[in-house]
Design a protein around this ligand. Structure first.
Ligand code: TPP
Length: 650
């Protein structure tokens, strides 16, 4: 580690450096981020793009007092390095290590636990309002990307910020990119704003003019007044129209220029927007590297790439992710049915919809980071006679909750939701795990919920969903589709609301949902070796639940264990319990094994499944205890404090 970074050990150490040293510090931080993130994975492009901006903010403000609200907080690596977390940085996203997002327990300089975008400006306005009410004097700064400005909730915030008159400084970090290219007319509008002469150049030009006028070498405020006059009267824009003072565009990599402007705007007593232009992935050694591909190093798409064949070593059996299985199925069905359209919300790559769009141009829509309008549009399309399939990550779908309630379910429209990354998502942690979708969707009448155990069921469930006259949702885990051929299962075609028995047993039964079926079958094999003979049933549906199957199991077996990679509260097991109770069946025989009532921290999906006893070995442990009439094994006490966050029922 070179000189400058070695001087950065605690918050505000940056202030010991001279402004001239900051570009050198930026270069060292850039190397550190590149070095660590290429190993750990993470939001590489976004973080490389905001190094200079972060240094300028930390230099111009006092982050022990002033509050920086980073929208989504996935771009806070430099902020973390500057706030006493440099040594921990190499543990990024690892078990027990540093979180890849802002995380309150890590530092008082992280004001929120965020990971979903668009909410930063609203939350920042709330902090500014609290400060005013409580007589606290400090600056509140909200940093938001141009992609995240496509979120409705960001606009709702601006609608309030303008009229609030609060002295909030909003920084629009504009790199022209979301994960993919920013979409929609807003992106065209930002292109236009961005192409105006840079504010710094504009000021230099005015300086030159003023110097020629006697008595014209006036202070900055005159320039600002002039600039203000220009922006407001000659170039009114979206922000000025909504009551904010606009400065920009500003070169977001020119630290000196940023410091001058931040110095000028810090004392403004009204809402200000600073339009900063940055380059995503700046400094990445691969000059040709496209910002889309590098938004995130170690993405799930990359996780599922097969290792190149090594000479002399037989090729690994071909494996396919659930996401790819879904896209293949969607493409097959779309060949035959021209009404099928694919929608996504700024995740064309992660959800695979990009590949669908390449095959079926004109039949794919990316609405930007606007999950709500994505589902609303799909409802409109269904109303108009199309068959929309909306692929959105399970946790981001939460944004669309009210639209699912009203437009989809109350109107009983046949929209198909495909919930990618349902269940434990892995290293991104609590904001990205999809542990709540069964609960949040199960309550709405008309809804059908299903989860495939393998690729065949991905195909059949999607085909079924596209024939329904009502809304439905399919859960896809962040895993490869398993090859179940070695179990020699007799399986029936998927039929609405029907599960299936996969293996009979003597000592008890497992009723598993989706991705848990394969793990239950492997656990069964382990247990058979010890003489424990356990039946396995595949539930297929969480709504309508196959209550005949559940009732049969509790009648015929001494105990029934439900398995799911979802929160216990309101989940699949809970649905089985309710169904049995409604039929006056013996619910005391039912044991629900699911994710406890906590937020799960970041770690590899496999590590988290093992910790929760949701991998085959763990399931076998749970079965042994249940079969012996004892409580399920406790979670490892040391791991608990790294893996679980928050309080709740247990
Ligand atoms: C509600 C929600 N939907 C989707 C995402 C996934 N996501 C994370 S970052 C990102 C792009 C943000 O783009 P932008 O605001 O321009 O910031 P940049 O990464 O370009 O710096 C997206 C779509 C999310 N975090 N939250």
């Amino acid at each position: 580690m070179t000189n400058l970074l070695s001087k950065i050990n605690a918050t505000n150490d940056i202030k010991k450096l001279s402004p001239e040293e900051l570009p050198g510090l930026a270069a060292e931080i850039r190397n550190l981020i590149l070095d660590v993130v290429t190993k750990t994975g993470g939001h590489l492009g976004s973080n490389l793009g905001v190094i200079e901006l972060t240094l300028a903010l930390h230099y111009a403000f006092d982050v022990t007092k002033d509050v920086i609200v980073w929208d989504g907080s996935y771009q806070t690596y430099t902020h973390k390095i500057l706030t006493g977390r440099k040594e921990k940085f190499p543990t990024l996203r690892q078990f027990g290590g540093m979180c890849g997002f802002g995380w309150k327990p890590e530092s008082e300089t992280d004001p929120f636990n965020f990971g979903h975008v668009g909410t930063g400006p609203g939350a920042a306005l709330g902090v500014a309002m609290a400060d005013e009410k409580l007589g606290r004097k400090r600056k509140v700064i909200s940093v938001i990307g141009d992609g995240s400005m496509t979120c409705g909730v960001a606009f709702e915030a601006i609608n309030n910020i303008g009229t609030s008159g609060k002295p909030l400084l909003m920084i629009l970090n504009d790199n022209g990119m979301s994960i993919a290219k920013t979409v929609g007319s807003l992106s065209l509008y930002f292109n236009e704003l961005r192409s105006a002469p840079l504010f710094q150049e504009f000021k230099n030009e005015v300086h030159r003019v003023l110097e020629k006028i006697p008595g014209g070498q006036t202070a900055e405020h005159m320039l600002d007044a002039l600039r203000r006059g220009l922006t407001q009267t000659i170039f009114p824009n979206l922000f000025t129209g909504l009551g904010m003072q606009y400065y920009g565009p500003i070169d977001g990599h020119d630290i000196k220029g940023l410091l001058t402007i931040l110095h000028n705007v810090r004392s403004q007593e009204k809402p200000v927007v600073l339009h900063v232009v940055t380059q995503k992935g700046l400094g990445h050694p691969d000059a040709k590297c496209d910002p889309f591909a590098m938004h995130k190093a170690g993405t799930a798409a990359a996780d599922y790439k097969l290792e190149p064949a090594k000479p002399g070593v037989p090729a690994a059996p071909k494996q396919k992710s659930y996401t790819t299985g879904f896209i293949d199925a969607l493409c097959n069905l779309a060949e035959k049915d021209k009404r099928i359209v694919g929608l996504t919300a700024a995740m064309p790559d992660g959800t695979g919809i990009l590949d669908f769009g390449k095959k079926f141009p004109g039949r794919m829509v990316d609405v930007g980071i606007s999950e709500q309008v994505g589902v609303a549009m799909a409802a409109g399309m269904a109303q108009g006679g199309l068959r929309p399939v909306v692929a959105i990550y399970s946790s981001f779908m939460q944004r669309a909750y009210d639209i699912i309630f009203q437009e989809m379910c109350l109107n009983n429209l046949p929209v198909v939701l495909v919930l990618d990354r349902a269940g434990i998502a892995g290293e991104d942690g609590p904001t990205h795990h999809g542990n709540f979708d069964i609960a949040y969707l199960r309550t709405f009448p008309n809804m059908v919920l299903m989860a495939p155990k393998d690729e065949r069921e991905v195909n059949e469930m999607l085909a079924l969903a596209l024939t329904l006259k009502q809304p439905s949702a399919i859960r896809l885990p962040r895993e490869n589709v398993p090859d179940l051929s070695r179990f020699k299962l007799q399986t029936n075609p998927v039929a609405l609301g029907k599960g299936e028995m996969l293996a009979t047993g003597r000592d008890g039964a497992i009723l598993a949902y989706g991705v848990m079926v394969e793990k239950a079958l492997v656990a069964r094999e382990l247990l058979l070796k010890e003489g424990l003979d356990v039946a396995v049933a595949n539930a297929r549906f969480a709504k309508p639940i196959d209550s005949d199957l559940a009732a049969y199991l509790v009648k015929d077996y001494p105990w029934v264990l439900t398995l799911e990679d979802h929160a216990t509260q309101g989940g699949f097991g809970s649905a089985v319990m309710e169904a049995l109770s409604l039929r006056n069946e013996d619910t005391s025989k039912l044991k629900i094994h699911a994710i406890p009532d906590r937020f799960l921290q970041h770690a590899d999906r496999k590590e988290l499944l093992a910790f929760l006893h949701l991998d085959p070995a763990g399931i076998a442990d749970v079965v042994r205890m249940v079969a012996a009439g004892r409580p399920a094994p406790a979670l490892d006490a040391t791991q608990r404090k790294h893996f679980l966050y928050g309080t709740g029922e247990e």
